[in-house]
Design a binder for this molecule. Structure first.
Ligand SMILES: Cc1cc2nc3c(=O)[nH]c(=O)nc-3n(C[C@H](O)[C@H](O)[C@H](O)COP(=O)(O)OP(=O)(O)OC[C@H]3O[C@@H](n4cnc5c(N)ncnc54)[C@H](O)[C@@H]3O)c2cc1C
Length: 255
């Protein structure tokens, strides 16, 4: 089935208007941003929202700014705008690859006000986040990472395909030792998409090939990959370790 079920369509004129529309239509309403995930799911009838609230055109959600040392990314900033942004790239080179591992905060707004959630707590599982049915994600706030190196690497079967596995690293070195490490992992069953044990291992160690390889081994050990058409679990676990190592090497080269 490639035709969505019927739904109401509303174009929001402001964040306040979008929240009012979400309240009006209730839990079966969905916000549509790029539609890249939602529309295919509607066509396949895996999602059947009763109403779509279109937040395209809300300039207040489409800004990239720096506030109090934090990089503030509106939730309607396009990925391409982020990748091309000198403000974002100056903040962390990883924005020119992708973004992850940065210990950002998600700012969520609802009728009762605004709340901040660490991105590491944001995803509850596949297609599930902590954003409530009558709430809107409005910003991502990224702490000051200037002086740190960052990078993202992935393995995909074809350009544009879902990644088989991917890793991102952020690394700050002080007096020859790792002072801060952030590791993000996707598609390998890493709890909350990060590798805290490997991050903890790196702190206070010299940023060497050996310590990066050991961090990769630790990260792989804590993953729980699932076998699917992209490969068996052992292969994905291997990728988790190897991509973590490569991301750390690349991040260190960018410091
Ligand atoms: C072939 C393919 C390859 C992909 N590869 C990748 C990949 O490599 N990496 C990756 O990360 N993703 C990937 N994706 C997933 C997709 O690109 C992401 O999910 C995309 O970021 C969705 O953004 P969107 O703006 O299109 O969201 P939409 O499809 O518009 O919305 C997705 C969901 O988020 C909700 N939503 C949107 N905006 C808000 C908001 N401001 N507040 C609250 N809820 C909101 C919607 O209601 C909906 O439930 C891929 C998808 C496809 C189809």
């Amino acid at each position: 089935m490639q035709v969505p079920a019927q739904f109401a369509y509303e174009r929001a004129e402001s964040v306040a208007h979008a929240l009012a529309l979400l309240e009006k239509y209730g839990p079966e309403a969905r916000v549509v941003a790029g539609g890249h995930s939602l529309i295919p799911m509607m066509k396949l009838r895996l999602a059947q929202p009763e109403a779509l609230i279109d937040i395209n055109g809300l300039d207040e959600l489409a800004q990239i700014t720096v506030e109090g040392g934090e990089l503030v990314i509106g939730s309607m900033v396009r990925h391409s705008e982020l990748l091309a942004s000198t403000v974002a790239g100056g903040h962390a080179a990883v924005f020119h690859d992708a973004f992850a591992a940065l210990r950002a905060t998600a700012v969520i707004r609802g009728a009762d006000g605004t709340r901040a959630v660490a991105v590491r707590e944001f995803h509850e599982g596949p297609y599930e986040t902590v954003v409530g049915p009558e709430e809107l994600l409005v910003q991502l706030r990224v702490p000051d990472t200037r002086g740190a190196g960052s990078a993202y690497v992935k393995v995909e079967r074809r350009i544009g395909d879902w990644a088989v596995a991917a890793a991102a690293a952020v690394l700050r070195v002080e007096n020859g030792l790792v002072a801060e490490a952030g590791l993000g992992l996707t598609a390998v069953g890493a709890p909350h998409f990060c590798a805290p044990e490997a991050e903890a291992y790196l702190i206070g160690r010299a940023p060497t090939e050996e310590s990066f390889a050991e961090a990769g081994r630790i990260a792989a050990e804590h993953c729980d990959p699932q076998a699917d058409q992209r490969g068996p679990a052992d292969y994905k676990r291997h990728l988790a370790g190897e991509l973590t190592r490569r991301a750390l090497v690349a991040a260190a080269e960018r410091i």
